[in-house]
Design a protein around this ligand. Structure first.
Ligand code: B1M
Length: 759
């Protein structure tokens, strides 16, 4: 709409709110005329990363939308940068950027509307900024791909879980897909969420015609398709890319008879990580207990030394053995628990997609972790003491969590099941006062050792059964307390675990590295008919057998695959003592990256994991580089330019090529990654270079490589070597490259021959 009115290529549309307000208003007006009830402000990318006058731009935008007399949605899009650990933007920086926009736009707006969002973590920063700096309703609309994933890997259920936890007012889908492609996603979202839904698809899928983007669905068929989609039970509908006032007008008339939908509360108990949801339904959940210093000398030592690697190892190995959620307790009197909790949660959510259970009695550490956690966590714990409930429940309400409720209060732990149940009832009532549904509570009836009270297990189990059957709440137990003070504790623990599961226990906090416990769990699942063909049982047995000889060793390939950067460094430090650099690169780093690349392609792993693996590979390569003999050959004075082509940010391969060339005495001018064609030409001319090496890893960036080659040939007499996983020799010939190098060694060989022939 703005382009049609004269917005130039490369010009930022939000700047028009000040430069040409009437142009912007005329667009709003056209949509208002078409019958829209809500007008989105022209502020999608208005943030301080792009503008230094955000306040003026946003205020002007709100004023323009308000002139239509319609409801105004303060429109907020992604910041354009990924958050740590996937990118380098800090969570609190993202929060501040959003806060600025919200403060500038809240007076005058009726809704805060996050749209086209692709990362749950960024959404969380935005939603908190909105909650803490305004009282406006918060709508969040996300762009999923046709695999039903966000860019950073979350599926629809995970997005629903986190956003319902955060207490937003409506959620939905926009952009990326047309109404037909969006239909199954909308249906899925409707089946999962208890919130009102927003749907703004594109006018079909974009096509490029003569360099222009066109959308195929006209107003009438858009309206028809939207009628179908709106009947799923949607509250807000509209259009995204390619839709015009005509589309909206047709939509208004086709959907005006459809009743506004009021969803019922689904009351599902679920937690999530950044990409994955764990639902507490009929299958009991295993919570790994090992990230807890109680009774662990080595762990205590690790905490004193801030040894995050230790915590990561514990997390990864528990996941491997089948934990569904990881408990994180890093409390030690002599350390700063708040700081350690932050580091531990940040590190763990960087390497594992399992949801975490934040386990602390320190309210400050609790809030820190709840705030920066990427998902809807478990929280361990609240109890029946007034003080505990009054400090923990507000946090649960604000950030969203499933909270473990301990059946104890000011008078201690009741000896009988009845006493504990009374406390549970008190906790449920109090939670309700805070607006927390009992589906977000999970009750711990407390396992007390049988070594001092022969009836303790019976009382606990009685309480579990009652809570489950009569109060309809989920239950959890820290299982191993039951055997405190006894020999052969695992025998008692696993027997008790089995009994608790039989009494309806929803989740056990156990040691997943204990074969006895895991075998008990899987046998129970098989016996209960929860394990089709006993598949999990059998898989668990083979895992047990495989893990026993493998011990706890992690090799370089595994460390890279799992994104364990520190471990990758340690493994490389060992390997360089005995292996040649190229042997490590070709035998460990490349296969590991190929493995994650394939997982990424097949949707088994997602961008954050890919990034962590890339970071680990880079760290490993730094060690290799430092260990390579320097200047094995005399400096030849022969210059080679290296660059990853425009649009492509993959540079691991190019950096390997660079190091090898330097080791053979070449003078490498490294232009970096994502290098525009002109910059390459400029560097070739300025430095009188005769050989250029270009790298491209994606099919989409090969055209940029072709253009660069063309320009190099047209403007200079330099020759071009190309490389990168996406290329082949014949493809290289097709784009007129002079040479193709399959790997770094071949690059050196080609360079040697080329320079020899030049002389
Ligand atoms: Co991405 N990525 N990635 N990625 N990534 C690929 C390339 C992909 C094949 C994965 C997949 O889906 N299977 C796929 C491309 C699909 C395609 O087009 N066919 C892909 C995608 C889609 C993406 C994103 C779009 C994902 C997203 O955001 N949704 C995004 C792209 C962003 C962009 O570029 N605009 C993206 C991002 C990333 C990370 C940032 C997470 C990270 C890169 C980090 C970095 O490089 N700093 C990353 C990684 C690590 C990969 C994989 C897994 C590994 C690449 C790698 O480093 N390999 C990759 C899958 C794969 O290749 N298996 C994948 C190891 C490296 C040593 O090999 O680069 O081939 P290579 O280099 C070799 C030779 O090819 C040769 O020598 C090197 C050493 O032997 N060589 C040359 C290379 N360049 C040369 C130049 C020469 C000579 C020889 O000139 C003289």
């Amino acid at each position: 709409m703005l382009q049609a009115r004269g917005l130039k290529a490369g010009e930022l549309p939000e700047a028009l709110n000040l430069k040409n307000p009437e142009m912007v208003y005329s667009v709003h007006d056209a949509y208002a005329d078409a019958g829209a009830d809500i007008i989105s402000t022209n502020t999608f990318g208005a943030n301080s990363l792009k503008f230094d006058n955000v306040k003026e731009i946003v205020c002007a935008a709100v004023g323009l939308a308000k002139r239509t007399g319609k409801k105004v949605a303060l429109d907020i899009g992604p910041l354009g940068k990924l958050l740590r650990p996937s990118g380098d933007l800090l969570f609190e920086e993202a929060y501040e950027l959003y806060k600025e926009v919200i403060l500038a736009g809240k007076d005058g707006a009726d809704i805060i509307f996050f749209e086209t969002m692709t990362d749950l973590y960024e959404i969380k920063a935005g939603v908190l900024a909105a909650k803490e700096n305004s009282n406006l309703p918060i709508f969040v609309s996300m762009m999923f791909d046709s695999n039903e994933r966000l860019l950073t890997g979350a599926d629809i259920e995970t997005a629903v879980t986190m956003l319902e936890g955060l207490g937003v007012d409506a959620i939905g889908l926009n952009c990326g897909l047309g109404p037909d492609e969006m239909f199954p996603l909308a249906k899925k979202m409707r089946s999962l969420t208890s919130l009102p839904m927003i749907l703004n698809p594109n006018a079909g899928l974009p096509r490029s015609v003569d360099g222009k983007t066109v959308f195929d669905i006209d107003a009438e068929s858009f309206a028809e398709k939207m009628q179908k989609i709106a009947s799923l039970g949607v509250s807000y509908i509209g259009g995204c890319c390619g839709t015009t006032p005509k589309h909206i007008q047709a939509l208004v008339s086709s959907c005006k008879e459809i009743e506004s939908f009021v969803p019922e509360n689904k009351k599902v108990t679920r937690v999530s990580s950044y990409s994955k949801t764990v639902v507490f339904d009929e299958k009991p959940i295993i919570i790994g207990e090992r990230i807890n210093p109680t009774g662990k000398k080595l762990f205590k030592e690790a905490l004193r030394n801030k040894d995050i690697g230790y915590i990561i190892n514990e997390g990864v190995s528990q996941k491997e053995r089948g934990a569904h959620i990881l408990d994180v307790n890093v409390g030690l009197p002599e350390i700063d628990e708040n700081e350690m909790m932050y580091s531990a949660v940040e590190a763990l959510q960087g390497v594992t997609d399992l949801p975490l259970q934040i386990d602390t009695a320190d309210i400050k550490a609790m809030e820190t972790a709840l705030r920066m956690y990427n998902g809807k966590p478990m929280l361990n714990s609240v109890n029946g003491k007034e003080e505990s409930m009054n400090s923990v429940f507000p946090l649960v309400k604000k950030y969203g969590a499933v909270v473990v409720c301990l059946c104890l209060d000011e008078s201690g732990i009741p000896k009988t099941a009845e006493g504990r149940i009374k406390i549970a009832e008190k906790i449920i009532a109090k939670a309700e006062e805070y607006g927390i549904d009992k589906s977000d509570l999970i009750f711990d009836a407390l396992a007390m050792t049988i070594s001092t009270d022969s009836q303790s297990a019976n009382e606990t189990l009685k309480a579990v059964r009652y809570l489950n059957d009569n109060l309809g709440v989920k239950t959890i137990l820290g299982v191993s307390n039951i055997s405190f003070g006894l020999p052969e504790r695992e025998t008692v623990n696993s027997a008790f675990f089995n009994m608790a599961l039989s009494n309806g226990l929803s989740a056990g906090i156990i040691n997943p590295l204990s074969d006895a416990m895991m075998n008990t769990y899987h046998a129970f699942m098989a016996l209960r008919g929860l394990d089709e063909n006993c598949e999990s049982y059998i898989a668990n047995v083979s895992k047990t057998q495989a893990v026993q000889p493998a011990s706890q060793q992690v090799d370089l390939k595994t460390a890279i695959i799992k994104g364990m950067k520190q471990k990758a460094v340690e493994c490389t430090q060992e390997l360089v003592k005995t292996k040649d650099s190229l042997e490590i690169i070709n035998g460990e780093i490349m296969p590991a990256l190929d493995f994650v690349g394939e997982g990424f392609e097949k949707n088994r792993i997602f961008l954050p994991q890919l990034l962590m693996s890339a970071e680990s590979a880079k760290a490993s390569f730094e060690i290799i580089k430092a260990s390579m003999p320097k200047d094995t050959e005399e400096k030849k004075g022969e210059k080679i330019i290296l660059a990853t082509v425009h649009g492509d940010i993959h540079d691991i391969g190019k950096n390997i090529v660079k190091v090898l060339l330097e080791n053979y005495g070449y003078d490498v001018i490294d232009l970096g990654k994502d290098v525009p064609e002109e910059k390459v030409i400029e560097a070739v001319i300025d430095n009188g270079v005769k050989l250029v090496g270009l790298s491209a890893l994606m099919t989409t960036t090969v055209p940029a490589m072709e253009r660069t080659i063309e320009l190099v040939h047209k403007n200079t007499d330099a020759k071009v070597i190309v490389g990168g996983a996406v290329l082949t020799k014949s493809y290289a010939e097709m784009i007129n490259a002079d040479f193709y190098a399959a790997d770094a060694t071949e690059t050196v060989k080609i360079a040697k021959i080329y320079f020899k022939n030049l002389k």
